[in-house]
Ligand binder design. Structure first.
Ligand code: FES
Length: 520
């Protein structure tokens, strides 16, 4: 079995990528058989689902476009909570009291399932139970905290008021949830992958599924070098890829920023800690190779809508108010999808052939809701039903506050208008561009995505997103082109890193100026 470095959908290395390797492919793919289930994507959702189905006796295959954990699982902060970004009070109000209780129950089951898999499969992933503190700092936040507390009590989640929070800040009120947890996400999914292999499962890396045709209840998935036949397909790709789907308009892409820092004094919180700001900040500690790190996150914003470098600066400044930061060991950002009505979409993919499933809209709770997805999807496939299928039905229509805004954002389509050849000597702003950075330039009313590498070589791309024609934005932190509409992301060569786009950005043929000092 080969081992390789974990890669991620961004230039910055997450804490989890330090000293961890992927385990490569193992069991051999057989193109002549029809697999029971094809799972597209090897993050926590895909690997947990594949493991549960393979363990139940089905023959599964995972097709991963890059390496396991390449997407948000490699960039999460891996909080395992008994509560979620969408509060139980919000679910009560948008859905019903029963829905809120079901939401809480499914989350509690997912926490138990993670723990059970760690124990029974002996997964060495630094799993540890922790208390989770949430605190307010003004009257408005305290009112919201009271709602969180009271609704958590109503749905049966263990929570209590507390007078102490492990943070150097004044607060007005605080609550604490018991039996929350944390782990190392890449070690966890590597453990699942090993057990999936031991059960005979197949995983193909570097296999981007670009088309699925369904005939007579069988699905034929095509990638560049393989064709895979399967009775069922699960898109565990964070957002279903391909042509515009209704779910692309019911989920808004956001980015969250994270630092891993050492402290001057041993004041690392032995807990998960959250404030109530908008967006909120979150903290925890993780030890790697004997070194403790404060893992601090926050300053989330809609993908492609704010300056990522400013977000890091603001996060570091805020973290310094809360803990005695010594050094920033690493910093990174990751993407998540905010669902229009607050709940994830898990089940049959709307508009697709029967037997094609999806799981998306996890908000900032990917570890637990990815695991909830695995529970729901494996039940749907193994038993034909799940106690949570109605709650998470992707076809539900729930027009609640925020929905129209997300739809409007999603429909923010910019018509493309671009020629084929440009003389760069006419695009003056490129000469001002710093090495290893990019920008959208306009030339005679037409747009180009220009990237200048560290050797001053310039690459030009058509900035029109191949998913649904929005204009991509430059992300100077992760060195990527990010689409503000549905969250597709592309590297500096225009290659797809994050769906829903399946096609790369088009390379535009540019005339490089003869003056070698032009870009200096
Ligand atoms: Fe949909 Fe870009 S237009 S992700």
């Amino acid at each position: 079995m080969e081992t390789n470095q974990n890669t991620r959908d961004g230039r910055n290395k997450s804490l989890w990528q330090q000293n961890t390797e992927t385990i490569g492919e193992k069991n051999v793919f057989d193109p002549t058989i029809t697999y029971d289930v094809l799972i597209v994507g090897a993050g926590i959702t895909g690997l947990t689902t594949a493991f549960l189905l393979q363990k139940a006796g089905l023959q599964c295959i995972i097709a991963e476009a890059h390496n396991p954990g390449y997407g948000t699982t490699g960039g999460t902060t891996a909080h395992i909570n008994t509560f979620a970004d969408t509060t139980f009070a919000e679910v009560e109000s948008a859905f019903s009291a029963e829905a809120a209780t079901q939401f809480a129950e499914s989350i509690a089951e997912s926490v138990q399932l993670i723990h059970e898999l760690v124990e029974t499969c002996h997964i060495d992933c630094d799993f540890a139970w922790k208390k989770a503190y949430v605190y307010s700092q003004n009257k408005k936040e305290t009112g919201e905290l009271d709602d969180i507390f009271e609704s958590a009590v109503r749905v049966g989640v263990e929570v209590s008021e507390t007078k102490a929070v492990p943070i150097n800040l004044e607060f007005q009120k605080a609550i604490v949830f018991d039996h929350n947890a944390q782990f190392h996400p890449l070690k966890y999914i590597r453990g699942l992958q090993n057990h999936f292999y031991n059960l005979g499962g197949v995983l193909l890396e570097n296999t981007l599924i670009d088309d699925i045709k369904s005939v007579g209840g069988t699905h034929m998935a095509s990638a560049a070098s393989v064709q895979i036949k399967a009775k069922k397909v699960i898109y565990a790709t964070h957002i279903p890829p391909g042509v515009v789907n209704v779910l692309h308009f019911r989920n808004a892409p956001y980015r969250s920023y994270v630092i891993a820092a050492t402290l001057e004094k041993d004041q690392y919180p032995d807990a998960l800690v959250y404030d109530m700001q908008e967006p909120y900040h979150y903290f925890r500690t993780h030890t790697i190779d004997g070194q403790k790190y404060l893992v601090a996150g926050g300053h989330d914003h809609k993908t492609g809508h704010s300056d990522p470098e400013q977000a890091f600066t603001d996060l570091i400044n805020y973290a310094k108010l809360c803990y005695p930061i010594k050094d920033i060991f690493t910093q990174w950002s990751a993407q998540y999808y905010v669902p229009a009505d607050g709940l994830p979409y898990i089940g049959q993919l709307p508009g697709a052939s029967d037997g094609i499933y999806t799981a998306t809209g996890f908000n900032g709770n990917g570890m637990i809701l990815g695991t909830v997805s695995a529970m729901v999807l494996s039940d749907l496939i193994l038993q034909g039903e799940s106690e949570y299928e109605n709650l998470y039905d992707p076809a539900r229509i729930k027009p609640v506050a925020g929905f129209s805004e997300i739809v409007k954002e999603g429909a923010d389509v910019v018509a493309r208008f671009i020629g084929d050849r440009f003389g760069l000597e006419k695009i003056e702003s490129v000469s001002q561009l710093q090495p290893d950075s990019g920008e959208i330039v306009e030339f005679e009313g037409q747009k180009l995505a220009i990237y200048k590498d560290s050797f001053d070589q310039v690459k030009a791309l058509d900035p029109v997103c191949t998913h649904s024609k929005c204009i991509v934005h430059w992300n100077n932190s992760e060195k990527s082109w990010d689409c503000p509409c549905h969250g597709a992301r592309f590297d500096t060569d225009g290659k797809v890193m994050t769906g829903p786009a399946r096609e790369d950005l088009r390379v535009v043929d540019i005339q490089v100026p003869s003056d070698p000092y032009f870009f200096l």
